[in-house]
Design a protein around this ligand. Structure first.
Ligand code: F6P
Length: 323
């Protein structure tokens, strides 16, 4: 193959820029022409692409977001959208596509590569860490560090006022950020979508520590089944009116910021591996990190397999370390 394209799609994640840089430079090193697609699949459909060179990716290693921009594209779910994307790629002579994103991105990529003759390789980029086939996804480490930084700050004010804080973190269907950040930040309790916590159980836990503790932090993953942090805080306050309760929703600040060294290295490894996979004739695969090696998984498997990613020892230790 002589010409490949790269895009970022879905929610942005810190580490996407180092990954784009690795794709572009590895491709050019191997004599490929590399085309950058703007705004994910929307850019494929709208023919919004440009030729990149080594210098197109200078000084982006440390930047959050994505220089290619990103979007959640509904049109790519329709046959007409897929067809327009294919024609635009064909007209430009593009013979391989690398997509960086999460499960929605991979679902589109899998479908596209089943219908059309352009090989596609996926790179797992989402702060949620919710993809099968990679122990870690791009952006998860940085987002977790961002949450821990916020927790440390909230702990100062929680302690000063003897308050109970409910902090809501991202993770639509995944408690990965909540669990790791909760352990790293010393949360008294962590509410996760993967594990039901009854409100009375939570209250019992908080009460049992009340002799010794004057302030507490509870992490709520946004996908938790009890509702959002405000709902949970309200229920707890109804049961224990003496608590001085506050809520903080961290929201999209978790998606921004300079990527951690882990995400820069991971992005570089995955981008490099994705180009090599295309050169080796692979298609409909995802490159991922398993143990400490880069491995390929079927895209179809990555989207259809549900992997329980919460470490059992972390789950067990939350209550123990909070006594
Ligand atoms: O998938 C990443 C993520 O940040 C989720 O944790 C969150 O639920 C969602 O994206 C938010 O999406 P948007 O940025 O489109 O509001």
């Amino acid at each position: 193959i002589n010409k490949i394209a790269v895009l970022t799609s879905g929610g942005d994640a810190p580490g996407m820029n180092p990954c784009i840089r690795a794709v572009v430079r590895t491709g050019i090193f191997h004599g490929l022409q590399v085309v950058g697609v703007k705004q994910g699949y929307q850019g494929l459909i709208n023919n919004n692409m440009y030729d990149m060179n080594e210098r197109s990716v200078s000084n982006i290693l440390h930047l959050g977001g994505t220089i290619l921009k990103t979007a959640r594209c509904m049109e790519f779910k329709e046959e007409s959208g897929l067809e327009k994307a294919y024609q635009n790629l064909k007209n430009r002579g593009i013979e391989g596509l690398i997509v960086i994103g999460g499960d929605g991105t991979f679902t589109g990529a899998e479908r596209f590569s089943r219908i059309y003759d352009i090989p596609v390789i996926g790179i797992p980029g989402t702060i949620d860490n919710d993809l099968y086939g990679s122990d870690f996804t791009l952006g998860f480490d940085t987002a977790t560090n961002t949450v821990v930084e916020a927790l440390d700050k909230i702990r100062d004010t929680a302690d000063a006022h003897d308050r109970l804080f409910f902090i809501e973190v991202m993770g639509r269907d995944s408690g990965c950020i909540a669990l790791r950040a909760g352990v790293a930040g010393g949360a008294e309790a962590i509410l996760l979508p993967e594990k039901e916590t009854a409100i009375d159980e939570l209250i019992e836990n908080l009460k049992s520590g009340s002799n010794k503790k004057t302030s507490s932090i509870v992490i709520v993953a946004e996908g938790d089944k009890n509702g959002g942090a405000y709902d949970i805080a309200k229920k707890v306050k109804e049961h224990v009116p003496s608590y001085d309760v506050k809520v903080t929703i961290l929201g999209h600040l978790q998606r921004g910021g300079s990527p951690s060294s882990f995400d820069r290295v991971l992005g570089s490894r995955l981008g490099y591996a994705a180009v090599n996979a295309l050169l080796n004739g692979e298609t409909r695969k995802m490159v991922g990190l398993k143990g400490n090696t880069i491995q390929l998984a079927e895209l179809e498997e990555a989207i259809s397999t549900h992997e329980f990613k919460l470490e059992p020892d972390l789950l067990d230790m939350v209550d123990i370390l909070a006594i």
